[in-house]
Design a protein around this ligand. Structure first.
Ligand code: TXA
Ligand code: MG
Length: 354
C-alpha cells in the first residue's frame, strides 16, 4: 500500500481490494480479513460491507485515523460518525450510561440495522462526535463487518463509504467509483442486503426520537417500546432536541434534477419532453408497459409488492439514473409505511437537493 501525501491529504496509488465474496461467515477466517483488520488497527481507513450499506471504517479512538475518513469523503467536520462494535460488551467503555430504552432496543435489534444515540464517555476521538455529548453506536449483523471489527480489535467509526452527497454504496463497485485512490482498501463482500442505512434513534431524552428512518421500521420500534415512548424527529425539534446533524446536508442526490411524481407521470414526462428535455422515469415494474414509451430512459425499481427489494436496489438505481445523463428524472412515490418510510425519506432528500 503506497501512501502518497498531496496537500495534506492522503492518497493511494492502489486502493487494495480484499475479496471475501465467498466467505460464509464461519471459520476459518480468511487471511484477507486478517489483513484488512490489521490495516484498521494500524490507523488506516478501510471500506467494508454491512447489512445496510458499505461503510468506511477507521479506529474511532485515533484522531489521525478518523481524519482520513472525513478527508476521503469530503465530509463536513460537524457531521458526527457512528461507532461500530463487534460485540455487545464493547459499548460499555464508549458510553457514560446506557438508558433503559437503549438497552431494550439493543436486546431486540442488535446485531442489526439500528443505531442508538447515547451519552458518550471520553474513549472516542472528539472528531467522531463533532463536539456533541452523545455517541452513535451500532452493532452490525453482517458477518464480514463483525469479523473485521473483531480482527481490528478497536471500535470502528464508519460513515457510509460514498463521497459526501452521493448515494450510499450498496456494492463494492460503488465504493471504488467514489473513493478509489483515497483510501487504503476495500473489503469486497457482495451486495448490502437492506440497501438503506440504519435507523438512528436518539435515546438520550425522555422518549426515543427517530432521527433517521431506516432498516428497522417505526412499527418494529413501536412493538418494543410502545407508541407513547417514541416521537417523530420533527415534533422533537420543536422541543429543542438536536436532530442527526447529517440529515441537514445534501444527500443521495443524482446530478440531474430528481422530481417525485404522485400521479400524472405521463403528463409530466410529456411536458418536459415538449421543452426539449430528455427524461428518465423510475417506476415499479408493474408500471413499465404504461410508462416506458414516455421516457428516454426507464429504470425499473422492482415489484411494488416487494418494498424490501425496492429499498435494496434504490441507491444503485439512483446511481444508474445519474449516469444515464438525462436532463430530468421523474420517480414514483411509495406509501410511507414499513420500509417505505425510509425509501420515501431518501427519495425526498434526493429530490429536495436537486
Ligand atoms: O447503516 C448505517 O448506519 C451506515 C453503515 C456503514 O453502518 N452508516 C451510516 O453513517 O449511514 P452516516 O455517517 O452516513 O450516517 C450517520 C448519521 C448522520 O446523519 C449523523 O449526523 C448521525 O448519524 N449521527 C451520528 N452521531 C450522532 C449523534 N451523536 N447525534 C445525532 N446524530 C448522529
Ligand atoms: Mg451517509
Amino acid at each position: 500500500m503506497e501512501r502518497l501525501k498531496r496537500g495534506g491529504k492522503l492518497s493511494y496509488k492502489h486502493t487494495k481490494i480484499w475479496n471475501v465474496d465467498n466467505w460464509d461467515g464461519k471459520e476459518p477466517l480468511p487471511p484477507e480479513l486478517e489483513e484488512a483488520g490489521l490495516c484498521i488497527s494500524r490507523g488506516e481507513a478501510v471500506a467494508f460491507p454491512t447489512e445496510t450499506v458499505y461503510g468506511l471504517g477507521a479506529d474511532a479512538r485515533r484522531d489521525t485515523a478518523v481524519e482520513q475518513i472525513f478527508a476521503a469523503k469530503g465530509r463536513p467536520g460537524d457531521n458526527p460518525l457512528i461507532v461500530h462494535i463487534g460485540d455487545r460488551s464493547q459499548w460499555h467503555p464508549l458510553v457514560s450510561s446506557i438508558p433503559d430504552m437503549a438497552e431494550k432496543l439493543a436486546d431486540a435489534f442488535w446485531p442489526g440495522p439500528l443505531t442508538l444515540i447515547v451519552p458518550k464517555s471520553d474513549a472516542v476521538s472528539e472528531k467522531v462526535t463533532a463536539g456533541l455529548d452523545s455517541l452513535a453506536v451500532r452493532m452490525p449483523e453482517h458477518p464480514v463487518a463483525r469479523a473485521l471489527i473483531n480482527e481490528a480489535g478497536v471500535p470502528v467509526a464508519a460513515p457510509s463509504a460514498n463521497r459526501s452527497g452521493r448515494p450510499s454504496p450498496t456494492k463494492a463497485e460503488h465504493v471504488t467509483y467514489d473513493l478509489d485512490g483515497q483510501i487504503a482498501g476495500i473489503v469486497q463482500g457482495g451486495d448490502a442486503g437492506y440497501g438503506l442505512e440504519s435507523t438512528v434513534v436518539d435515546c438520550t431524552g425522555e422518549k426515543a426520537v427517530i432521527l433517521r428512518p431506516g432498516g428497522i421500521t417505526r412499527e418494529q420500534l413501536t412493538d418494543v417500546l410502545g407508541a407513547e415512548h417514541i416521537v417523530q424527529a420533527d415534533a422533537a425539534a420543536e422541543e429543542d432536541t438536536p436532530k442527526a446533524p447529517g440529515m441537514k446536508y445534501r444527500h443521495y442526490a443524482p446530478s440531474s434534477p430528481l422530481v417525485l411524481i404522485e400521479g400524472g407521470m405521463q403528463k409530466a414526462a410529456l411536458a418536459a419532453r415538449r421543452e426539449g428535455k430528455t427524461v428518465g422515469i423510475m417506476a415499479v415494474d408493474e408500471h413499465r408497459r404504461e410508462l416506458e414509451a414516455s421516457a428516454d430512459v426507464f429504470i425499473p425499481l422492482g415489484s411494488k409488492d416487494k418494498p424490501a427489494g425496492i429499498a435494496a436496489k434504490l441507491y444503485d438505481n439512483l446511481r444508474a439514473a445519474d449516469q444515464s445523463g438525462v436532463d430530468v428524472i421523474f420517480c414514483e412515490t411509495f406509501p410511507k409505511e414499513g420500509i417505505g418510510e425510509a425509501v420515501m425519506n431518501r427519495l425526498e432528500k434526493a429530490a429536495s437537493a436537486s
